[in-house]
Every structure is written in C-alpha cells, then in structure tokens.
Design a protein around this ligand. Structure first.
Ligand code: ADP
Ligand code: MG
Length: 327
C-alpha cells in the first residue's frame, strides 16, 4: 500500500513537473526595461507571481528613487548640510552596504557621486563639455565619508550642503535580489529577474538545464560573445554603449570617477558575477572607474566574484576563474 502511494505520488509529482513551463513578462520599471521570468504550472499562476515581483520592485523604487520628491532618499538629499533624516531600516542598511563597497574599492564606487549628475547629463541634453571649475566644484561635494550614519536612531546625514546620494549603480541589482527572494519565499521553483542586464536567477529550467545567459559584445550588439550557465547567482553588465556623450572625439561614459569628476574612459563593458546582483552591480560600476588592471586585481581578491572586461580597443580580459564558451 505504502509502495503504491509512493508510486502514485511520484507519478503525480512528475506530471506536475511536466506541466511546468517558463513564463515571461517585459515591462518598464525604475526607468529601465525589466524582464521577469518564472517557472509555473500555468499562466494564471505565473501572472500572480510576476505581479508580486512587480509590486516589490515598485516599492523599492519608491524608497530609493532620487527623482521622486516623496522618497526617503530625496528627503535625505534635501536635508544635506541641514539635518539627519530618519529612514526605514531597509534604506539605512542599503546605504551602509554601499559605503562598505566604497571602502573596498577605494571610493571608486560612491553613492554620493550624484552631485556630479548636475553637470554631466547623459539624456542627450548636454551639448558642451562642463568647465574645469564646474567639474572641480561638483567633485568637492562627493565623498562617502561625509555620509554620516547613526545606527541606533536609523538616521542618515549628508554633512555638506549640495551633497546628494543616488542608487543608479546599485538599485537595480538590489531590486533584482529582493524580487528573487520574494518569489523564492513563495515557492516559485525557478526564475530570472533581469533588470536591463542586471540579473539574478534561481532554480533551473523545467527540463533540468541550467539557465544560460548570453553576454553581448558592445562592439557588435547583435552578436553574443559568450554563453554562460548561471547557477543560483547573479550577473550584471555595465556598459557605456547606451548612455554616453562624445566631445572632441572622446567618448565619456555615464560612470563618473568620484576623484576626478570626469567620466571613466577606456572600458566599454564590464560583466560581474556574484551571489547577489546588488554586489555585482556596484562592482561592475567600480571596475569601470578603477580601469582594467586595478579592477581585475580587486575582483580576484574577492571570494566567489568574477568578471569579464571589454576595452574600447576590443580587448577582452577575464578574472582568474572564468571560462568563456563561445556560443
Ligand atoms: P547601468 O545603469 O547601465 O546599469 P551602472 O550600474 O554602471 O550602469 O550604473 C551607472 C549609474 O550609476 C550612472 O548612471 C549613475 O547614476 C551612477 N554612477 C555613476 N558613477 C558612479 C560612481 N562612481 N559610483 C556610484 N554610482 C555611480
Ligand atoms: Mg552598476
């Protein structure tokens, strides 16, 4: 009897597994194109899961957006040089982790880069290079050491007036992680949260294969140069091929060196692999600023973090443990 029960149970389970399918939805969130993929038994179930992920991402955007005047982040920025602002623990912790990444990258990654957003604009509205003075003045407001945190009271204070924080280089990764965690907690067996190239995956495809990610070559966008399996992990690609400005033949990327106030040059694409998309996101931006040699050196010192760098001259470099299989 027991045996029969066992057999019918496994039969039912395998029927269920057979019925599982991959469902996808593409939509605009956080000003970017998101693609949410889940494994579910049917479309209605998949839609329910995807709706939950969307609600979670919208919630995060409301907390961290520096464009939305009603966000706690905007409240922090408005009070720069004035007073400490009490924030949700979630935002406090995100800022704390961002500062830790600043410390391990010698300030190449810095959420207080945002005061430089006032002079460098990558939305097509810029038609001349900012002046030396403007650049100097904006850089003077940057410095993660002037983001003062009070753990006990959960407050954030930007010490100098004119300072500003922004999560452009970490927010999408964070949202991808949180949406994944939520769906995992709801029992979704597998999926991918792809926030325009910042992605985190879990589980496997219904047929048992790993999720594969294709990395595109920025020099030839229609062609993937690597196809890699992703096991329970994240990969984030930062590229300058979507957002950049060109002055006197020099291409300036939307990633700015907090020390000089000038956009990073030389690298056109960085992909970072890590357990969390948040860390991968922040590190991809950091490698852009640090440059190929220092960047690779840093990545090689971090456990379970790998990266692939493409330079403007087409050179491709990888960290120690990475293997590229051409598709
Ligand atoms: P993408 O937006 O293409 O995914 P990134 O994750 O690299 O690219 O984030 C780039 C964004 O990060 C910029 O548009 C800007 O908002 C912000 N940023 C620019 N320079 C820095 C920096 N040095 N440290 C932290 N954030 C930065
Ligand atoms: Mg980034």
């Amino acid at each position: 009897m027991k045996k029969l029960l066992f057999f019918s149970l496994t039969f039912l389970l395998s029927l269920n597994a057979l019925a599982e399918d991959i469902y996808k939805r593409t939509l605009k969130l956080m000003g970017s194109r998101f693609e949410i993929t889940v494994i579910a038994g049917n479309k209605a179930e998949a839609d329910e899961y995807i709706d939950l992920a969307v609600i979670e991402i919208v919630r995060i955007e409301k907390l961290i957006s520096s464009w939305d005047p009603n966000s706690q982040t905007s409240e922090i920025n408005r009070n720069a040089g004035l007073k400490a602002v009490t924030v949700d623990r979630e935002l406090f912790n995100l800022i704390q982790r961002a500062i830790k990444i600043s410390e391990i990258t010698d300030g190449a990654f810095d959420i207080s880069y945002a005061s430089m957003d006032r002079i460098w604009k990558f939305d097509g509205s810029m038609n001349e290079m900012p002046s030396e003075e403007e650049i100097k003045a904006s850089v003077a407001k940057v410095g993660f050491k002037n983001i003062l945190l009070d753990e006990k009271n959960s407050t954030v204070f930007l010490k100098n007036s004119g300072m500003k924080i922004g999560f452009g280089a970490i927010g999408k990764g964070y949202a991808a992680d949180k949406a994944k965690d939520l769906l995992l907690s709801k029992g979704v067996p597998g999926g991918i949260i792809n926030a325009s190239g910042d992605m985190n995956t879990w589980g496997k495809q219904p047929d048992g294969r790993e999720w594969m990610v294709a990395l595109t070559n920025p020099l030839n966008k229609d062609q993937a140069f690597a196809l890699l399996p992703l096991r329970e992990g994240a990969v984030v690609t930062s590229g300058d091929y979507e957002k950049f400005v060109k002055f006197n033949g020099v291409r300036y990327s939307h990633i700015i060196n907090p020390k000089t106030g000038y956009p990073a040059t030389g690298i056109i694409s960085v992909s970072v692999f890590a357990h969390k998309a948040e860390l991968a996101d922040a590190l991809a931006t950091s490698v852009f600023v640090l440059g190929k040699d220092v960047g690779l050196n840093r990545i090689d010192q971090l456990p379970q973090v790998e990266c692939i760098i493409i330079e403007a001259n087409g050179n491709i470099s990888t960290s120690k443990n990475i293997k590229i299989n051409s598709p």
